[in-house]
Each structure stands twice: as C-alpha cells, then as structure tokens.
Design a protein around this ligand. Structure first.
Ligand code: NAD
Ligand code: ZN
Length: 364
C-alpha cells in the first residue's frame, strides 16, 4: 500500500492508495471507527456498484455503517441537500461522535465534507473518492463547498478529512468521458511540478486510456503527492496553492459561458491549459518545443468537446471570476514542464488570441 502524508496546519493525515483497497477499508480505518456511528454518504450510481463492497468490509471488522443517499449530479451540490442530509442524521440520533464517509465523486466529497464541518459544529469525515477527478484532486486538501444560484462553490469551508482511501480499482465502472476528464487534472499536476508524471502521459497513453492498473496507480499516486505537497505548504490558498489553478482561469470562464452544459470540468481545464500554454508561448515564458509537447499530449487523449461560445464574452467573464482579486486576473503559466509561474499582467489582446486559438483547435 502507498501512504502519502498530508501535513496541513489544521490536521495531518494520510492518503492510502492501493488497487482493491475498498475491500480492505474496514481494516485500514480500524482506528477511527470503533464505538461510533458511521454514515456513508453516496449517490445511487456509486452505491449500486460499490456500496456493498464497502459495507461488507466495514462489517468484517464489526462496524455497522448506515447509508445516506443524496441525488446524483452537480445540480444537487447545494445547501438544500446538506439540510436534508443533516435532518436525516438528527433523526437517526447521530451525535458529535458520528463519523461520515464520503463515497463518490467530487460532488459527494464536497457535500459530505461541508456537512461534516458544520454538523453539530463539526464531526469527522473520511474521503473515499470514486472518480479520477476526486482521487487526484477533490478528496485531498480539505476544501468543501456547495453552489449558489449565483455561482459555483460560493459557500464552503476548510475541513480536512481524517484519512483518504484511494482505490483505483473502482474507476473500472466510471463512464469513459468522466474518466478522461479527470485525467486532465492529473496531467495538470505533471505540468505544475512533476516532469516524470507528465512523461508517463506522453509515453504510456494507451495503457492509461485502457485503465491498466499499474500505470493508473502510478499516475494517481504521483498526482496526489503533488497536491499533498502544495496543500501542506499552503492550506488556505494564500499563495502557493494557486498553482493548482493552472488551466482554471480560462477553464472556469468556458464552463460558465457554456452554461455548465457542454463541458465537464476536466475538459474545460484541458482547454484552459492549452490556452495558458499559448499565452506562455506568446509572452516568451515558454519555448515552442515544450508548448508543443503540452498541447499535443492534451489533445492526444481524445477529442475534446467543441466550444460554442464567443471569445469576447469569455474574456469579459474572466474579470468576474471569483479568483480575480482587486479586478486583476491571475494566470498560472507554464515556464517549462514541471514549473509554473503566477502572472497578473497578461495583456488582454494576448488572452483574446489564446481564446481564439482554442476555439480554432476545437472546431478543427
Ligand atoms: N474540494 C476540492 O478541492 C475540489 C477540487 C476539484 C473539484 N471539486 C468539485 O468536484 C466536483 C466534480 O467532481 P466529479 O468530476 O467527481 O463529478 P461527480 O461527483 O458528479 O461524479 C461524476 C459522475 O460519475 C458518477 N460516478 C462516480 N464514481 C463512479 C464510479 N466509480 N463508477 C461509476 N460512476 C461513478 C457519479 O455518480 C456522477 O454521475 C465539482 O463539484 C467540483 O467543484 C472539488
Ligand atoms: Zn479542477
């Protein structure tokens, strides 16, 4: 089993990673669960496939967990869901010693983390992520949240889990589009700080796309290591943690401009990373060979959805993104593969031409 420490100031914990780990969850979580009420928060598609395996493994160590279901989808990542789950907890008599286990993708992780942080002023949570995106990104770092009508993730807390259990084996049942979308976040980790990880994407594309277990375990472990080191150094996103937003400045604007209907988050980030690469190239921060490697590796993982939006509106929207501070748009730009820089003075014309460029690529 691979153990990756996360040393956030508010709490230190481990990410445990191994193929088949779900079946050993009871054993791995042994020290956290005895004499407590244990609630597994999940969504129907995940419960059907993996719920039983988890409950059985907990039962084998004498832990009788109860399932709490929420409806599936980003639409249900909202306060109303949190309230319903909390009412259910109260009705079953859950007190401050209860522990929640999030079994699902980033939506379940964010809602369960948020609920745990506020239920009776805070209970423990364990994350068992079941999508690539949640395994390499959302489950690690303690950010929780729900959406408002006015925008995504506008309500939230920081609440570090007690432990994160990652079983790449559960990705076998993930729809292929969701699977690929999550891979772009892992690729992002390579570009930010791990050239070796990026090379795996260049050299072992087929095996990764075929979900070959050994390579998958390596890609996820390396991505988690990168995220864990960034989060350990900057838990609350005051500076360094911003580098994790590579591809997200333009990515978020594309998601919003297409009304969250055409692009999965990871796909928007993929386009955003290509745009950031274009900006880095045009401002002389990145050489053309590396820029070519980044762009072709991203595009090599399959066709990305077309962009049915207008460049000018995307650029305009950048200024209303919550990640803009004092009206300044921050870009994370690659300087080389494995090294990025935060830049806040990119001329609007250059941003505009980067957006034109990805729209051209998208239609080609
Ligand atoms: N907290 C953070 O730091 C952080 C970071 C990145 C993203 N996020 C959040 O994560 C969310 C996106 O997460 P996501 O991409 O995992 O989406 P998701 O949670 O909606 O999951 C995607 C779909 O896959 C299904 N699914 C999950 N695991 C499965 C499995 N093993 N087999 C079959 N189907 C499965 C889900 O039911 C869902 O329909 C967004 O809300 C985003 O804001 C949070
Ligand atoms: Zn992301």
């Amino acid at each position: 089993m691979i153990r990756i420490p996360v040393a956030a100031p508010s709490r230190s914990y481990e990410v445990l990673l191994e193929i088949g780990l779900l079946a050993r969850a009871g054993e791995c979580l042994g020290s956290f669960l005895p004499h407590r009420r244990v609630f597994v928060v999940t969504v129907p598609p995940v419960r059907r496939r993996w719920g039983k395996a988890l409950l059985q493994s907990l039962a084998a160590t004498g832990v009788k967990a109860e399932i709490l279901e929420m409806p599936d989808g980003e639409l249900f990542k909202r306060l109303a869901t949190l309230e319903k789950l909390a009412e259910k907890l109260v009705k079953t008599g859950a007190d401050r010693s209860a522990i929640l286990i999030a079994l699902g993708g980033g939506v379940v992780g964010d809602v369960t983390g948020f609920l745990a942080s506020v239920y009776m002023r805070g209970v423990d949570v364990i994350q068992i992520p079941t999508t690539v995106l949640a395994q390499v990104d959302a489950a690690v770092g303690g950010k929780t949240g729900v959406n408002l009508q006015s925008g995504k993730n506008l309500l939230g807390t920081f609440h570090q889990p007690r432990a994160v259990l990652v079983d790449p084996g559960v990705l076998a049942t993930l729809p292929s589009r969701e699977y690929r979308a999550g891979l772009y976040e892992a690729m992002k980790c390579g570009i930010i700080g791990d050239p070796g990880l990026f090379r795996i994407f260049e050299e072992r594309r087929r095996e990764i796309l075929d979900r070959e277990p050994a390579v998958l375990e390596k890609v996820i472990a390396d991505s988690v290591r990168l995220k864990a080191s960034v989060v350990s150094a900057d838990e609350r996103e005051n500076g360094l943690r911003q580098v994790l937003n590579l591809g997200h400045t333009i990515g978020h604007a594309l998601e919003a401009e297409t009304r969250y209907k055409q692009l999965l988050h990871g796909e928007a980030v993929a386009w955003g990373m290509i745009a950031a690469t274009h900006i880095a190239l045009s401002t002389g921060k990145l050489d053309s060979v590396m820029a070519g490697r980044i762009t072709s590796t991203i595009l090599g993982f399959g066709q990305l959805p077309r962009l049915k939006c207008n460049s000018a509106s995307v650029v305009k929207r950048l200024h209303s993104d919550k990640k803009t501070r004092h009206g300044v748009v921050h870009f994370i730009l690659p300087r080389e593969i494995g090294k990025v820089e935060i830049v806040n003075d990119v001329p609007e014309g250059i941003v505009r031409s980067a957006v034109d460029e990805i729209r051209k690529l998208a239609s080609g």
